[in-house]
Write a protein that binds this ligand. Structure first.
Ligand SMILES: [Fe+2]
Length: 255
């Protein structure tokens, strides 16, 4: 399996705080059946791109060397989770922040403030650079939770969706778990990932989370889980195209 969203790099954001914690997160992922992780530290300041790139490169190289030394079959790739602040409206070059050097850009906004209008504007800027917008955890924003059909509206603009496994287990909240489940069952999700930040809570143990979802019988279509952790993520790493899914109009909202 491949994890396309994880905060495993040490001392760069609110994810792994030490090299030891990074190592533990990587080891846990490998034991869970993960072969590749795209490291996606928060990219908060689009005007500090060079410094960010240097930090990411050094940390990814460090972890890959460590995996080799320890004989752990896990490959770390460069990536970012771009925070779409107003700066993005000035359309800085976003290519340096794509996932594993592909055309796919993982981005997020403020959970409470973002609106459909703003989300569409951001998506159009990403698309204008010949990149493909992948919205991180669409199940966590106020504007999607208050109207599920905003997911359909964003998909119509060419946005792909990456839901968090932790939303499906329920560890990120009940409302988030319901929207993630509705999206998954409808076929609206292109990628699942951990969005791991730690070793304990919000970790890299994908198999553990899948088992947790099954145990809790959360009305999730389990057959959809594994492909979204293997097939589409592999296409990103190989630089291949991921089809834009077509799916039915979601219910307005359940809460
Ligand atoms: Fe994240």
């Amino acid at each position: 399996m491949i994890d396309i969203h994880a905060h495993i790099l040490p001392q760069i954001d609110d994810g792994a705080q030490t090299k030891t914690m990074s190592f533990q997160m990587c080891e846990m992922a490998a034991k869970s059946g993960v072969s590749d992780i795209i490291a996606t530290p928060h990219m908060l300041d689009l005007y500090a791109g060079d410094e960010f790139a240097q930090k990411v490169n050094a940390r990814v190289d460090f972890l890959n060397r460590l995996m080799e030394e320890k004989g752990i079959a896990l490959r770390i790739h460069k990536g970012a989770e771009v925070y779409a602040s107003q700066d993005i409206l000035y359309a800085p070059d976003l290519k340096p922040y794509t996932l594993a050097g592909s055309r796919y850009l993982l981005f997020e906004f403020d959970f409470a403030q973002a609106t459909l209008h703003y989300a569409k504007e951001v998506a159009s800027i990403i698309l204008s650079q010949d990149l493909i917008p992948v919205l991180a955890h669409p199940e966590r924003y106020r504007f999607t939770l208050s109207d599920y059909q905003n997911i359909n509206r964003l998909a119509e603009c060419g946005v792909l969706f990456q839901c968090n496994l932790g939303s499906l287990t329920g560890e990120l909240g009940k409302r988030e778990s319901v929207l993630a489940r509705e999206m998954l069952n409808a076929g609206a999700v292109s990628f699942l990932a951990t969005d791991a930040h730690r070793v304990e809570f919000r970790n890299t143990d994908i198999n553990g989370m899948i088992e947790d979802i099954k145990e809790k019988k959360k009305k999730v279509d389990y057959t959809k889980l594994k492909p979204l952790l293997t097939d589409n993520p592999m296409k990103i790493i190989r630089g291949e195209r991921v089809e834009n899914p077509s799916f039915a109009t979601l219910k307005k909202k359940l809460f």
